[in-house]
Design a protein around this ligand. Sequence first.
Ligand code: CP
Ligand code: NVA
Length: 297
Amino acid sequence: MTEAPARHYIDGHEISGGRLVNLIDRAEELKAGRPNEGSSALTGKSVALIFEKPSTRTRISFEVGVAELGGHPVILRGDELQLSRGESVEDTARVLSRFVSAIVIRSGSHQNVGTLAENATVPVVNALTPEFHPCQALADLLTLKQRFGTLNGLKLAYVGDGNNVARSLAVAGARTGVEVVVAAPHGYQLETEVPAILTDDPVEAVRGADAVYGDVWVSMGDEETAEQRRADLASYRIDGHLLSHAKHETIVMHCLPAHPGEEITAEVLYGDRSAVWDQAENRLHAQKALLEYLLGS
Ligand code: CP
Ligand code: NVA
């Protein structure tokens, strides 16, 4: 029986492991063919890109990606929609669906993204909520595949705050054969239902890991507890000492933006093991493959 295509990409559970692997293969093709061998999957189509929070990589990669697929990106800040003046999420979904072929949204409310998807008649893509960041994880799979030639059997150690990025890596990793270990202190760990190995010991986590992954200690929306977070996470910094417990060939990943000297040292971020700039670029290729897939081309 052929698998029904996913309608949305919101918490990462919508797309099976097999499909994810196909998407990564397609992203590699799109990357290799750029800029000359374009895809016209979005010709004549518009995509709404709604950003209720700041973004550099996600916003630019989606805008460039939609354009490179032949489509028209409609970029909207949350505060310029009537949504910010009380129009309901449901009505916003109904109206946007009359204009555009897909909606990409970064929101402070995961629930609102779900409501948007329930009421939209076009695909909805989560461009980051406090709970999930599936597009980041998709691009990270592409980076891992390109670095190691395969996904199945890899081990990724995430060190730091058990946040949206960690959760999405766990979901994407479990579907594609990547073992994800999350090292976080008490109070910052992911819920036990997440398909990852949970520990509070960063040294134990990085042993045997192919990739060591970090993210900020203060995510968007966590600013009020910033000082406490920096104190609680201080021993979860990715530095040369931690990496001395990893393999010689272990790569370092970070979704960016980074705070060199805080969750990762500058030496590591800008050093030979760092894959972070490829990760940033890969957002473009992975999201183009995702849009092609969701829009049925
Ligand atoms: N990694 C990431 O999502 O970056 P932006 O917040 O700049 O989009
Ligand atoms: N965890 C971070 C990721 C930023 C891309 C945040 O939510 O702010």
